[in-house]
Design a protein around this ligand. Structure first.
Ligand code: GRG
Length: 294
């Protein structure tokens, strides 16, 4: 059974929890509608599923991990809304439908992103308040670090700068990918692990897997920007080259990028060897990323 099929139950749990949070968010109708438009547009829910899967794999209670999982998905969704704005990547489509600002206008799209980001922290603080343990605080902190100024936002700012910078190379690309893409994936794994009370050795292994899987995810994203299709990816493709983006393809070409992706997938599998068969789905996820279409 593949990762997506095997984690269907987690996805359903996440969908139900996200709906519950949106129903009780207290936002004015136009704000709630714009937040919900992107939150419920059919994302893969990769990050929150990773949180629940990791928590369960280490013997933790997935119900306790659920608020952090939902917070991650809200933060991820805000980042996609803001990334699509004309002042950033200027994309007309996301998750297979018109981008948030195309439907609600730029100001409302900025506010929908702001709303999702701040609501995510409210949800995590409520969860920490109800479960005042060091593990809960560490889970919320892991999400904050992944999303913030030394994580995803740092990656985004250097990514935007790289479009006009000269002499950029593998160091800049690694920084962008490690922060823009991998930081939130790593945060998802660590949040689940903290809730389950993971050991230091387990945290290190999962952190390494997150960094490697994040790199792999970005490599395949770059590859799919060239060879993917709109149906699978849900966004306009071919933009990297048109906008002179620093990518694995622009640096190495398609063949080497594919080789690098394959090497990275195997390194990710190696990183979690201490979990043996318990991490079977994480292994499957890394290897199947090489043939992903969405
Ligand atoms: C605006 C602070 C800020 C950050 C934006 C997420 C992001 C950072 C930019 C989007 C562009 C991009 C290619 C990011 C790399 C990560 C990535 C591949 C995101 C898409 O994640 P998926 O494939 O999307 O998990 P779904 O829709 O399935 O959730």
């Amino acid at each position: 059974m593949g990762f997506a099929e095997a984690t269907k139950e987690y996805r359903e749990k996440i969908e139900a929890a996200l709906s519950g949070y949106m129903d009780s968010c207290g936002a004015p109708e136009q704000l709630r509608a714009a937040m919900e438009y992107s939150l419920k547009a059919g994302g893969k829910r990769l990050r929150p599923v990773l949180t629940l899967y990791t928590c369960n794999m280490l013997g933790g209670d997935v119900e306790r991990a659920l608020p952090y999982a939902c917070a991650l998905e809200m933060i991820h969704t805000y980042s996609l809304i803001h990334d699509d704005l004309p002042c950033m990547d200027d994309d007309d489509f996301r998750r297979g439908r018109p981008s948030n600002h195309k439907v609600f206008g730029e100001a409302n799209a900025v506010l929908a992103g702001d709303g999702l980001l701040s609501y995510a922290f409210q949800i995590m603080l409520d969860a920490v308040k109800a479960d005042l343990t060091e593990n809960a605080i560490n889970a919320a902190r892991a999400v904050s670090l992944g999303a913030g100024v030394s994580g995803m936002v740092a990656g985004q700012v250097i990514d935007l700068a790289s479009e006009t910078a000269e002499n950029t190379g593998i160091d800049e690309l690694r920084f962008i990918q490690a922060n823009k893409t991998a930081a939130m994936i790593k945060a998802a794994l660590l949040a689940g692990a903290y809730i389950a009370g993971a050991s230091q050795e387990q945290m290190i292994a999962l952190g390494q897997y997150g960094e490697l899987y994040g790199a792999l995810f970005q490599m395949t994203d770059d590859i799919l920007d060239v060879v993917g299709d709109f149906e699978g990816m849900g966004k306009t493709l071919g933009k990297d080259e048109a906008e002179n983006k620093l990518t694995y393809i622009s640096l190495y070409g398609m063949d080497r990028a594919k080789d690098l992706a394959s090497e990275t997938a195997h390194q990710a599998v190696e990183a979690i060897s201490i979990f043996e068969e318990r991490a079977e789905l994480l292994r499957e996820l890394a290897l199947s990323c090489l043939s992903r279409r969405s």
